[in-house]
Design a protein around this ligand. Structure first.
Ligand code: PMP
Length: 365
């Protein structure tokens, strides 16, 4: 059931882009031949291109990779768009759905900054519904988010689950309720960049019953391929089709697609799963170690591969870590986080260095 009650998801797309054909690249023609002289490519491979895999322009959406990703994320191939990281998918969504100067996006600070950056670039209004710092951690107030989205005529609601940097997750049932409430009005985008580290089931499972949900996934985190820039958007097939036409002609470089496919082999996936398990257990260990330090005021529970912690003196903690050669993310400029640092979970040895550097701070205090 992929049709919304109040019209199709396509109706959320800017009216001027609904029938937009985009750039017709030479690669998208369904022509047959064995001598390809239609794209002004070189007749010879570059001397450094031993596999001769880069002489010709790539498939805009490499089929084998698209199939593998669709299998991994539990969707159909036509519900998935590969982009240059999930960053590109965020940008495409804002550009295709928001009319500059008119439409709005809802964001939940403190949160990953690209939603607001893309909104600014598109001159879309930004409605901020701050996460609420509660006893259980930072929580999204979905009731208020729904109201703000309706009142502000938002086209997009960005939910980050697990949230970066807060670490909290949003229950699927609550996401479903919000999507139902915003049916025909807005697309609910669930950013699951850190989904592999969480206990939550993916929001892709809601797509069959809620066409106005879109899910962002990436190979940059758990799959350790940040430099390959392979992100995915999983959404209604008609919406994917429109976004593809708004995207750059050849967004996925062949070496990146090949590496990603190899990185998703059964054997590679098994190793990724083991590493995710290790990160999850290191996350508990580091959380307990940090919580035991008097200099640490609070460590938030996290479902991501990072911990957000508040310090008595965040500047001193940051410096102490730097002196030990450990670089963490200073969050003090972010709303509600004026004494907080975000620490990515590293290898056990790296985490030991973090703990030692913070204990050294205790001794100096
Ligand atoms: N979403 C979140 C929540 C992130 O933290 C990041 C990267 N820091 C991204 C999306 C973008 O990831 P990428 O473009 O590498 O897929």
């Amino acid at each position: 059931m992929n049709t919304m009650l109040n019209g199709r998801v396509l109706d959320l797309v800017r009216e001027d882009l609904r029938g937009f054909a985009g750039y017709k690249s030479a690669r998208s023609e369904t022509l047959r031949g064995d001598i390809w002289l239609n794209a002004n490519e070189s007749a010879w491979a570059n001397p450094a291109d031993a596999q001769a895999s880069c002489r010709r322009y790539p498939d805009p959406q490499p089929q084998a990779l698209r199939e593998r990703l669709a299998q991994l994320y539990g969707c159909t191939v036509d519900q998935l768009l590969i982009g240059r990281g999930s960053d590109e998918a965020i940008d495409l969504l804002v550009r295709a759905l928001c009319v500059p100067g008119r439409d709005a996006v809802v964001v939940t600070p403190p949160v990953f900054g690209m939603y607001a950056v893309c909104a600014r670039l598109q001159d879309a209004r930004i409605a901020e519904l701050p996460l609420v710092d509660s006893e259980t951690g930072f929580v999204a107030d979905l009731q208020a988010i729904g109201e703000a989205a309706i009142a502000g005529r938002a086209k997009l609601v960005f939910l980050c689950s697990p949230s970066n940097p807060a670490g909290s997750v949003i229950a699927l049932a609550d996401i479903a309720l919000l999507a139902k409430r915003l049916e025909g009005r807005a697309l609910v985008v669930v950013d699951e960049a850190y989904g592999e580290f969480s206990d939550n089931v993916s929001a892709t499972t809601l797509l069959a019953s809620h066409a106005n949900i879109a899910v962002l996934r990436t190979l940059s985190k758990a799959h350790a391929l940040a430099a390959a820039r392979i992100g995915s958007l999983v959404a209604d097939a008609e919406l994917i089709d429109v976004l593809r036409r708004c995207q750059a002609p050849y967004p996925v470089p062949t070496p990146c697609a090949e590496l990603a496919l190899a990185g998703l082999s059964d054997a590679a996936l098994e190793q990724t799963r083991q590493r995710v398990e290790l990160i999850r257990s290191e996350r508990s260990r580091l959380q307990a170690a940090l919580a035991a330090l008097p200099e640490v005021l609070r460590v938030y529970p996290s479902q991501g591969n990072y911990l957000l912690a508040r310090f008595r003196d965040a500047e001193a903690a940051f410096r102490s870590l730097l002196t030990a050669g450990v670089v963490v993310r200073d969050q003090r400029a972010a709303p509600q986080l004026d004494n907080a640092l975000r620490i990515t979970i590293g290898s056990p040895e790296q985490n030991d260095r973090v703990i030692a550097a913070l204990r050294a701070l205790e001794m100096a205090a």
